[in-house]
Write a protein that binds this ligand. Structure first.
Ligand code: HEC
Length: 115
């Protein structure tokens, strides 16, 4: 009988520890990755300009793709999301961090507006 209580107690402690740990991770991610202001001019375009336009502009059309300016970025958002998620793009240098990709996804979900 004692053993059964001990096992149950341990299980309960583990459960509580595990669930609080999950909450902390979730809150930490929310704090670090602020997607509340995922607007094109202020947030999205600077990410693309920093990481992509050196190879994707009107005089260097890698893969036939230009990523300069709103219309081009909007036309290519599916490719932007898939290649950054898979890590294919950028092909050299540091990859996009998860928060930047989340911000791009948020902007797309909100309608890929020119805001
Ligand atoms: C160092 C140069 C370079 C940088 C920086 C770069 N690309 Fe590319 N990209 C290429 C080349 C070269 C190709 C064509 C060859 C290929 O498809 O692998 C290409 C192809 C693509 C394609 C079309 C091919 C496909 O697989 O869909 C997309 C979309 C793309 N890039 C998106 C991006 C995005 C988004 C970024 C920034 C996060 C980026 N690229 C940064 C060189 C670059």
């Amino acid at each position: 009988m004692k053993k059964a209580f001990l096992a149950l107690g341990t299980l309960l402690i583990l459960l509580v520890a595990f669930s609080s740990c999950k909450n902390n991770t979730y809150e930490a991610f929310n704090t670090i990755c602020d997607t509340s202001n995922a607007q094109f001019t202020a947030v999205i375009n600077p990410i693309i300009t920093d990481k992509c336009v050196s190879c994707h502009n009107s005089s260097s059309l890698s893969g036939g793709i230009n990523l300069v300016g709103y219309a081009n970025v909007k036309d290519n958002y599916e490719g932007i999301l898939s290649t950054t998620r898979s890590g294919k793009m950028p092909p050299s240098g540091s990859p996009l961090d998860a928060c930047s990709i989340t911000k791009i996804q948020t902007w797309v979900n909100q309608g890929a507006n020119n805001n």
